[in-house]
Design a protein around this ligand. Structure first.
Ligand SMILES: *Cc1c(COP(=O)(O)O)cnc(C)c1O
Length: 348
């Protein structure tokens, strides 16, 4: 079989949720952000495992994502939508019982008109300038909004992965100014905010990336392992070239393995002649260009003939690959291709 295997360790995912939950006091609820198909790992499997671990509240980006989570976790646990209530969303929000985080006076009006009495939350902008009501807009509508009983008021930190960044206390102060005394549960912290400490936790945290094993939660257990099957092994002589564009010339006689995955699977072409794959504990350099479906790997140092080589695993995590591509672990995860066989290792 030439289909690459993406192993997803649901027990590690659950352990990461518990570890993040343990970073805040028992009064603080730890929710889970499962947007973008559970950071590429499969929304239904991920949400179900997190609910079993103890997560009692979920966050997605758009209403459509909430529908998949609803069928995975059953009818009772709240699901919030960061994007709020968009035109045309009323039916989904109502049927899947989603709570949109209303981002503007316009969304507020739309929600109260289309779905009076239906749960909602409020998202405030405390300086990131991406989503949420600005302070002046909030002041204008706060009284009406609060009279309708929001289930949550939240904001988002722009620099929480940098603990010493002055933006963190600045946003914290604005959030206090806008929300102190409102008597509604509040949330400011994603993964980075959880790690900033109790001042940032309020009544609820909503980590994402740390659950999936990514920075800034460097104590996370790795959740993914990506094994690429070897299709063919060949010997090349010193001076022979490898792959498209002849970008690699063998400096000596060597053994190459051709493995089944490429840029169509999210393995970025910028990794050409850069990445390392692993045969157990033996590092094997990627040589030549990444092609659409194939990689060529120097396995000269491997004893015997490997059946598969790991791109992600115990020796190399999503943040290691991100460092090579000039990106972040979030993007490596959400780039993981549709062509992989997703193999879920059961959790509790
Ligand atoms: C994605 C997202 C989160 C989760 O962030 P992580 O850094 O993955 O923990 C939380 N809140 C908002 C508004 C988000 O967009």
């Amino acid at each position: 079989m030439a289909q690459a295997q993406l192993q997803i360790d649901l027990a590690a995912l659950q352990a990461n949720w518990r570890a993040l939950d343990a970073r805040s006091s028992a009064q603080v609820q730890t929710a889970a952000t499962v947007k973008a198909n559970g950071y590429g790992l499969g929304a239904g499997h991920v949400a179900h495992a997190l609910a079993r671990a103890g997560a009692r509240r979920f966050f997605v980006a758009i209403a459509e994502e909430g529908v998949a989570i609803r069928s995975a976790i059953g009818p009772d646990l709240p699901i919030h939508v960061y994007g709020g209530h968009m035109e045309g969303d009323a039916r989904l929000i109502s049927e899947a019982r989603l709570s949109p985080m209303l981002n503007s006076a316009e969304q507020l009006a739309r929600h109260f008109e289309a779905l009076p009495g239906h749960p909602f939350g409020i998202q405030l902008d405390t300086g990131m300038n991406r989503l949420g009501m600005e302070p002046a807009e909030w002041q204008a509508v706060a009284e009406i909004a609060l009279s309708q009983g929001p289930d949550l008021v939240m904001s988002h930190l722009a620099c929480s992965d940098e603990p010493d960044h002055p933006m963190n206390p600045r946003q914290l102060a604005v959030f206090h100014e806008l929300t102190d005394g409102i008597g509604v549960p509040r949330s400011l912290a994603a993964t980075g905010g959880v790690l900033l400490g109790p001042d940032y936790h309020f009544e609820m945290t909503r980590p994402g990336i740390g659950l999936y094993g990514g920075a800034p939660f460097t104590d996370a257990q790795p959740v993914v392992r990506l094994s690429l099957p070897v299709i063919q092994i060949r010997d090349v002589a010193e001076g022979e070239t490898v792959g498209y564009g002849n970008t690699f010339t063998a400096p000596q006689d060597m053994r190459l393995a051709t493995v089944s995955a490429g840029y169509a699977d999210g393995i970025q072409r910028v990794l050409s002649n850069q990445a390392t794959l692993w045969a157990g504990d033996t590092p094997c350099p990627l040589v030549g260009r990444v092609s659409m479906d194939l990689l060529t790997i120097d396995v000269s140092n491997v004893d015997g003939t490997p059946d598969a080589l790991d791109l992600l695993g115990p020796h190399q995590g999503v943040d290691d690959i991100a460092e090579l591509t000039g990106s972040i672990g979030y993007e490596v995860l959400t780039d993981l291709g549709y062509r992989y066989a997703r193999d879920y290792r059961p959790g509790a």
